[in-house]
Write a protein that binds this ligand. Structure first.
Ligand code: TYM
Length: 377
């Protein structure tokens, strides 16, 4: 039977069924017990955990066991830059989680910029294109406020001397047939793309190699990136390292409707980029944000709207309204018909533009400190 959706690092299609994905990928749901266990250490919960945007995991209980024994962990995530595919607000989800974890657990952050990845996958890209895009994307990461002293950027082509040796050790234990079935590759994929997954694996244990002792690792990521680690986690104990723990977030959907993944490369009007101006944000949301409202004002007042399918409400719930009471009021008013679709959109526009104003100021300032983040090993 053909599936209605597809989730790989290189393609997200159709209406994603997260319940089915949990079973298919063999990950565990983040349940209340685990949330309580995290909160015991952090004192509070960030919105992404509270609202279960981070919904699944691998081995988080092990990570906390180690932490409670005094074995501190480091955090790892990444971003593969590509010309014409700028950072959007969905990309920020795993990075905001990383920043929160860094603050709460005083942890090192290792951030990979695989500038060869999209070069290998997209025929039209040059290495110069991806290098330039990497610079822009680093600004977005820095703007989130990572600790300069504890955050290390690794750029694959610049740090190849550190990565290549370890990537070979991983690559030797992964067959072409595994990569083919996990990523939907065919015989005509280039050989660079076949090797790439071993480059992404390395940072999950590189700090252990550099420090000469095994250090636990946690990787917050969008669930599309899980297949890289599903393959490579099994290899790590075989080469003498811990398997990393993973935390998976659902996708921020595109403006045009629930179920899919906001993506920079498909419909530019369906994504909100971190560099969008206030008027662009307003235009996109007013014109494209899928509404759960009724066709006419009379009908809406009488029957009410549906926040479950309303993109503006969902963005507030997932990212932009951390106050539970305010969110509950918006939901009740929308369901009852008191709050109109245009008014709900106005609330979201205001929230996103406030966030982006600050983000863009920090992004400018980041240009002056970028060098402090690049790993000098
Ligand atoms: P990339 O550049 O495609 O995406 C960066 C991160 O953003 C997540 N993401 C989303 N999350 C929520 N909603 C969305 N609409 C959305 N779109 C993308 C992705 O899942 C990812 O976590 N190969 C990687 C780069 C990488 C990496 C890593 C990622 C290198 N090492 C380690 C995670 C962990 C890539 O192409 O990500």
């Amino acid at each position: 039977m053909k599936k209605e959706y597809e989730v790989t690092p290189y393609e997200v299609k159709g209406e994603v069924d997260y319940e089915k994905l949990i079973k298919e990928f063999g990950v565990e749901r983040i349940n209340d017990k685990l949330i309580e266990r995290i909160e015991k250490h952090t004192g509070d919960l960030n919105i992404l955990l509270k609202r279960r945007v981070f919904f699944a995991h691998r081995d988080l209980n092990w990570l906390l066991d180690e932490y409670e024994k005094g074995n501190k962990f480091f955090i790892y995530t990444g971003r593969a830059s590509s010309k014409g595919s700028k950072v959007h607000i969905g990309h920020l989800m795993p990075w905001i989680m990383c920043k929160w974890l860094q603050d709460k657990f005083d942890a090192e952050m290792w951030f990979q910029f695989p500038d060869e990845e999209k070069f290998l996958y997209k025929p039209e890209l040059t290495l110069k294109d991806t290098e330039e895009a990497t610079y822009e994307d680093m600004l977005d990461v820095i703007a989130l406020g990572f600790n300069t002293k504890k955050t290390f950027f690794i750029i694959d082509t610049q740090h190849a001397n550190l990565l290549y040796r370890e990537a070979c050790r991983v690559a030797k234990k992964i067959t072409f047939s595994t990569v083919k079935s996990s990523f939907g590759f065919t015989e005509s994929n280039n050989i660079g793309s076949i090797f790439y997954t071993s480059m992404q694996a390395v940072l999950a244990f590189l700090p252990s190699v550099l420090k000469g002792k095994n250090i636990p690792c946690v990787i917050p990521l969008g669930i599309d990136q899980d297949p890289h680690f599903r393959i490579s986690r099994d290899v790590m104990p075989k080469i003498g390292h811990y398997k990393p723990a993973i935390m998976h977030n659902v996708f921020l959907p595109p403006l045009t409707g629930m179920g899919g993944k906001m993506a920079a490369s498909s419909n530019k009007d369906a994504a909100i980029f971190t560099t969008d101006s206030p008027s662009e944000v307003k235009r996109k949301i007013n014109k494209y944000a899928f509404s759960g409202g009724r066709d006419t004002l009379e009908e809406h007042r009488k029957l009410g709207g549906n926040p479950d399918i309303d993109i503006s409400f969902q963005y507030l719930k997932m990212m932009f309204e951390p106050d539970d009471k305010k969110l509950a009021r918006i939901e009740t008013d929308y369901r009852s018909g008191k709050l109109l679709s245009g008014e709900l959109k106005a609330i979201l526009i205001e929230k996103i533009n406030t966030f982006l104003k600050e983000h863009q100021e920090k992004r400018e300032k980041a240009k002056l400190i970028i060098d402090k983040f690049i790993f000098k090993g």
